[in-house]
Ligand binder design. Structure first.
Ligand code: S3P
Length: 178
C-alpha cells in the first residue's frame, strides 16, 4: 500500500495491561503510519509536572485517575495514535469515550509475560517487586472484561513479535477502512 494511503487509515487507540507494549508498538505504528503518537501517561506527567510514582504518592490514585480521564478526553479526537495507561478502562466514562472513538485495539497478554517484561521497573506504582505476578494476575481478572468490552480488535500479544503485531494492526486498519 502506498505511504499516502497508509497515513489516511483510521488511527488506532491501544489498550491493555502495563507491560503489554502499548508505547513501543505505538512508536512503531507512528513510524509506519506517519502519524504522531500521543502517550497518555506522558501527557499526565507533563500536565502534573511530576512523575507517575510521585503523583500516586503525593496526590493519590484518584487524582491520577482524574488526570487520566482529562487527558483521554483532551486527546481522543486527535489525528494520532493513542497509547493509554493500563487503568484507563476502569472508569465507565472513559470506556464510553473509547467505544465512541474506534478502532480500539487490546494488546492482550498473560500476567506471566507481563511480569517478565516489567520486572525491576520502578515507574509503576501499582506494582512492587515482591508481588508482581500476583498483582498482575489480580489486575487481569478485574480488567480483562473491561478491555474486552472496549476493544474492536484483540491481539494475543504474547503469541507474536512486535513487527508481526504492527502488521496485524495495519491489516486490520486497511480492512475497516475498505
Ligand atoms: C497503570 C498503568 C500505567 C500508569 C499507571 C497506572 C494501571 O501505565 O498509567 O502506573 O493502572 O494499570 P502503563 O500501562 O503504560 O504502564
Amino acid at each position: 500500500m502506498k505511504q499516502q494511503s497508509l497515513s489516511a487509515l483510521p488511527r488506532p487507540v491501544l489498550i491493555g495491561l502495563m507491560g503489554c507494549g502499548k508505547s513501543s508498538i505505538g512508536r512503531r505504528l507512528s513510524q509506519e503510519l506517519k502519524l504522531p503518537l500521543v502517550d497518555l501517561d506522558d501527557a499526565i506527567v507533563e500536565k502534573a509536572g511530576m512523575g507517575i510514582p510521585d503523583i500516586f504518592a503525593k496526590l493519590g490514585e484518584e487524582a491520577f485517575r482524574d488526570m487520566e480521564s482529562a487527558v483521554l478526553a483532551d486527546h481522543i479526537e486527535d489525528r494520532a495514535i493513542l497509547a493509554t495507561g493500563g487503568g484507563v478502562v476502569l472508569r465507565k466514562a472513559n470506556r464510553g469515550l473509547l467505544k465512541a472513538h474506534p478502532p480500539v485495539i487490546w494488546l492482550k497478554a498473560a500476567p506471566e509475560f507481563l511480569a517478565r517484561r516489567i520486572a525491576g521497573d520502578s515507574n509503576r506504582p501499582l506494582i512492587t517487586n515482591q508481588d508482581t505476578l500476583e498483582k498482575l494476575t489480580t489486575l487481569a481478572v478485574e480488567r480483562y472484561p473491561l478491555y474486552e468490552a472496549c476493544a474492536d480488535l484483540v491481539i494475543d500479544r504474547d503469541e507474536a513479535k512486535k513487527g508481526e503485531i504492527v502488521s496485524l494492526i495495519i491489516q486490520y486498519l486497511e480492512k475497516v477502512q475498505a
